[in-house]
Write a protein that binds this ligand. Structure first.
Ligand code: G1P
Length: 291
């Protein structure tokens, strides 16, 4: 199928991180470390592996450190160079954006995920784009967003990354309503609902934090009223767009870590440390000793 390539990703990073307070009182939750680098570092790495050329961060008050993270730290770099700590210096420099690769736009009030994505409309323009929720690290052999883009290349339209969750967890997520056979990874959809009350979810496929959307979502968001939690919900605008455009759910391969939650963050640290060639053995020994 021939269509415009997905080149840009929106990363809504204005959230207050209330589930992991007080650590997030002065540090944006997206900059909390998982093993030895911020959550956001994993997300940007995933985006780059999927061919994303431009990252649009939707920030908020007290999130200035995010912009600083993706810039030179001149004194630090000079010190590392003077001390001959070249490996870590090279790692820091390799992560820096190319000129113009990142934009920052401010969401001035916490009106919801849908409103945050809408704030990026002018920078996205008239092309399909990805949304990457920065709470979620997906540990996958092929970058999660790359898996979505590959699936999108075959079906087009709008694509939502989903993950099966137990029925008892569905009320915490957006949940999709498949329209056909849901046994394969790619499923057409006929609906979706944000935070369905327990026992009412249309399936157990949760919206997991990776999306590919068409720019027609923006006029939907512009007129979207408040939904679950009194916030402007992306899920509601997507459900409205479903009347006009195709949506597919895609169950990607990989382990999902919800780092916006205390245990999820702990699990990400443990899981990713255990897999590291340089740290895995020592991590296993330390954890075993504690158990
Ligand atoms: C958001 C989305 C929801 C999705 C979830 C994934 O909710 O609105 O549809 O399932 O992220 O983490 P939030 O966690 O911001 O309440």
């Amino acid at each position: 199928m021939s269509q415009k390539r997905v080149r840009k990703a929106v990363l809504p990073v204005a959230g207050l991180g209330t589930r992991v307070l007080p650590g997030t009182k002065t540090t944006p939750k997206e900059l909390l470390n998982v093993v030895d680098r911020p959550i956001l570092s994993y997300i940007v790495e995933e985006g780059r592996a999927a061919g994303i050329e431009h990252f649009v961060f939707v920030t908020g008050r007290s999130k200035g450190a995010i912009e600083d993270y993706f810039d030179h730290q001149v004194e630090l770099e000079a010190q590392l160079a003077a001390k001959g700590k070249t490996a870590i210096l090279e790692q820091l420099l390799a992560e820096l954006p190319k000129p113009g690769e990142m934009s920052f736009v401010r969401q001035m009030a916490p009106l919801g995920l849908g409103h945050a994505v809408w704030c990026a409309r002018d920078i996205i323009g008239d092309e399909p784009f990805a949304v990457m929720l920065p709470d979620v690290i997906v540990d996958a052999e092929t970058a999660c967003l790359k898996q979505l883009i590959d699936a999108y290349d075959s079906v087009g339209g709008n694509l939502i990354g989903v993950e099966p969750v137990p029925d008892s967890e569905c009320h915490k997520y957006g949940v999709v309503d498949p329209s056909g056979d849901a046994s394969g990874p790619l499923v057409a959809m006929k609906g979706m609902v944000e935070k369905p009350p327990t026992g009412t979810a249309p399936s157990n496929l949760s919206i997991a934090g990776r999306y590919i959307l068409q720019p027609e979502i923006f006029p939907m968001l512009a007129k979207q009223g408040k939904g679950a939690g009194g916030e402007i919900q992306l899920t509601d605008a997507m459900a409205a767009l479903m009347g006009e455009q195709a949506f597919h759910a895609f169950a990607y391969q990989g382990v999902t870590h919800d780092c916006g939650d205390k245990i999820g963050l702990l699990r990400a640290n443990v899981g990713l440390a255990l897999k590291r060639a340089d740290l895995g053995e020592a991590a296993r020994a330390a954890i075993t000793a504690l158990l």
